[in-house]
Design a protein around this ligand. Structure first.
Ligand SMILES: [Cu+2]
Length: 316
């Protein structure tokens, strides 16, 4: 008897130590897996730590409107993280607190009215708040004010762009304009800190005016349907523009450049453009040079249509 009791005690003591070390092992595994996941996320996403705080939003937001969209984005991400952390907390709490202890069926809580109401009301509240702020920012970004500082009439055609400034007239009283060619990228010069209205028309099919840096694009329709939008650009620079609607064979070559400069430089460019005859094929390049800017686009280049130039050297 004495011997048997002693053996049972030893066995009981062993199993206690065993469960503690198993628990430590499990905790170690969870911590190890967690650190691998976090390291992999940072390394595989190729993000720097400062990028991480933009939560996927582009770092450069150069317009007044994109700043407001950025605020909405950050607010939505923080709200999502708060809700996510709360839900993850509840899940892990349930997993640990109510893990299986035996074969007895736990208390069933189906048809618990307060919980069911909470499930329905809380998501509705979350969606309503997100909708409210989205509607406010969208209305703000889409707002057309009575008197913009600069108006640009954008005319798209297969496969190039014309930019006309209706408020700026040349000697004959015609609005100043500039147009791209197959071997020349059109440059759209606009001033900083001014409200710019873009009025869009297409001469053939649907195109889409897209400047990625503005975080904005809008379709360009034919048939007298004029789309409009306004932006205030706060940062000088050259930004590539593209057609974002599959409009035909050379759709991918339908690029332009937006050059954002000081107001003084913009005025200088306008008068330079007005002083050069329309039939001068080098008109825009000359005007850009006169205003102290590079004569050609720096963010994109014309389609290389010379097939011989693209071919590898032929053997004789
Ligand atoms: Cu197009």
């Amino acid at each position: 008897m004495h011997t048997q009791e002693g053996q049972e005690q030893v066995v009981a003591g062993d199993s206690g130590r065993g469960s503690t070390s198993r628990r430590r092992l499990a905790l170690g595994r969870v911590l190890g897996l967690g650190s691998v996941v976090v390291t992999a996320l940072v390394l595989l996403s190729g993000c720097s730590v400062s990028d991480a705080f933009y939560f996927g939003w582009p770092r450069d937001h150069i317009t007044d409107q994109s700043n407001r969209m950025f605020d909405l984005w950050i607010g939505s991400v923080i709200a999502a993280l708060v809700v996510g952390a709360f839900v993850w907390g509840l899940i892990f709490w349930c997993v640990i607190r109510y893990r299986k202890r035996g074969d007895e069926l736990p208390a069933q809580t189906r048809y618990n009215m307060p919980i069911e109401i909470l499930y329905s009301v809380l998501p509705f509240l979350v969606v309503s708040v997100l909708f409210y702020y989205t509607a406010i920012v969208q209305t703000d970004v889409d707002r057309i004010q009575p008197n913009p500082d600069v108006t640009v009439h954008v005319v798209a055609s297969k496969w190039n762009w014309e930019f006309e400034y209706p408020d700026q007239k040349d000697a004959s009283g015609q609005p100043v304009s500039t147009i791209g060619a197959s071997d020349y990228i059109p440059v759209l010069v606009v001033p900083t800190h001014k409200r710019i209205r873009f009025v869009e028309d297409s001469q053939d099919v649907i195109h889409s005016f897209w400047v990625p840096a503005l975080l904005f694009k809008r379709d360009v329709f034919p048939g007298g349907v004029q789309n409009k939008f306004e932006v205030t650009i706060e940062k000088e620079g050259s930004y590539v523009g593209r057609c974002a609607e599959l409009c035909g064979t050379y759709h991918s070559a339908m690029n332009f450049e937006v050059r954002v400069v000081t107001e003084a430089k913009f005025e200088k460019y306008m008068s330079a453009l007005a002083s050069i005859p329309y039939d001068d094929p080098q008109r825009q390049a000359k005007a850009l040079r006169l205003a102290g800017m590079p004569a050609y686009a720096t963010t994109t280049y014309p389609l290389q249509s010379d097939r011989a130039a693209r071919k590898p050297a032929q053997k004789p």
